[in-house]
Ligand binder design. Sequence first.
Ligand code: ADP
Ligand code: ADP
Length: 542
Amino acid sequence: TCGICVEKCPFDAIEIINLPQELDDEPAHRYGENAFSLYGLPAPDEGRVTGILGPNGIGKTTAVRILAGELTPNLGNYGTEPDWDDVLDRYRGTELQAFLRELRDGDVSVARKPQYVDQIPNQFDGTTRELLASTDERGDLDAIIDRLSIRPVMDQHIGDLSGGELQRVALAATLARDADFYFLDEITPYLDIGQRVTAARLIRDLAADGDRSMLVVEHDLAILDLLADNLHVAYGEPGAYGVVTDPKSVRNGINEYLKGYLDNENMRIRPNAIQFEEHAPRTVAKGDVLVEYPDLEMSYGEGEFSLTVDGGTVHENEVLGIVGPNGIGKSTLAKLLNGSLEPDEGELDFRLDISYKPQYVEIDQPMRVDVFLQSITDQFGSSYWNTEIAQPLQLERIMEQNLEDLSGGERQRVAIAACLSEDADLYLLDEPSAHLDVEQRVQATSAIRRYAESQDATVMVIDHDIYMIDLLADRLMVFDGEPAEHGHAGRPQAMRSGMNEFLANLDVTFRRDERTKRPRVNKPGSQLDKQQKDEGEYYYSA
Ligand code: ADP
Ligand code: ADP
């Protein structure tokens, strides 16, 4: 072994892939010789929400296709016709057996929400109302529409919806069905924190209410923690093999995953722990002043969205976190700063050259990743660029692929790299966490921070993953107001006061996990929740 792993190497870090011990067993499914193999399966649990936590490419979709009855597991015997009786035999005495028997008998109905909601407009031409009409199988679509605040877009064309709207419509379309087993592949991309919490509570309520089994893949750990009753960890070597563990408690599952070591399995799944250390909230802006801007006001026209901005200062070398609901004017402020919009009140005597990564990443050109990045920076391929950008964003493996063939997480990483590779005064990243798995989020975070420090760059990051914002930001800009009507941008402020202001608007408090110091959402009305609200400490402990 290479000395990292407890027993055998689960990585291809050494020449021969030494499979972890349990992999001496037969897999649940193998696609072919030297093709991807899946070991273990998640177990749907009636009335409960089961989470899966793990990297992309590890076989989660394969597992779900099996549980949805689309793929009969071949137990490793590729090339032969799989037989359900063998499968039942194999899973005798496990929690899965009853479910698999129903599956064999055709008694399981499944509803699924796809991972990439951005693709829905390519598949459906019509309004939200038309899309949802055929899904109301239990008669409670109306209640779901209200809880997810979809009413205002019922008569909009699907192609005109924002990402956050599409995500909620897709959730509603799935949850309104009458199924035994619901599979939700990532619920948080493009949703703001309030919407994430609402969606999580709705899913929990629906599971408990009708003895439905919910299986959820999710990379936003604060939301996964809130959402799931138990958790399977998935690990392995993306593209080569994946292992789904037996269910763990959500707290243990997340803690072990972060630690990189699975206690029951006695298995190291990653060389290093992912640290969510409790760090003192950062308080000061570090570098020289990049810009000072006055109070601003602007409106898109009579009766349309308006924005007021409290004047402030942005420094070189800092990462400014930007938080607030969707539709509150965050991109509008960016357009004011780069001069593509004029304020009605207040004057900006500068124009910042802004390199912008939009929320929706659209780089569907028939072009290779390396050619695309070369066209952006002449630093491409330099040792500096490789160390600071390509490696932390794990681009090496996809350099020769076509942009249009990339998965959502790969596309996101290329877009972050492209944004940071531009020459600009200010780098603005809108939701860099979308579709990245937990490790990729941490790596992207450190790439962005290091870049700001080494380049004296100013980076503004809009994100709704509260862990990512906490890890990333030196200071915080908080937006509030009424989405789609009027927004207000506060002055950039220290992390502690910023988080308190932001989370007070949302009425959500966090405590620290005793073992890992990872922040966790408090139950509304719990003693800690009340106490922290009294003290005005919503995030960092006093
Ligand atoms: P995840 O959902 O965790 O991203 P998937 O289950 O989609 O992972 O895929 C796991 C691996 O299996 C990938 O490397 C994928 O290329 C491979 N794979 C998926 N379907 C097939 C197939 N029909 N034949 C061969 N390999 C496949
Ligand atoms: P955020 O970035 O916080 O999601 P935006 O700044 O994109 O918010 O948008 C704020 C509001 O302004 C939204 O309701 C949006 O529909 C509206 N809006 C954006 N651009 C225009 C425009 N050109 N004309 C009219 N309304 C607009």
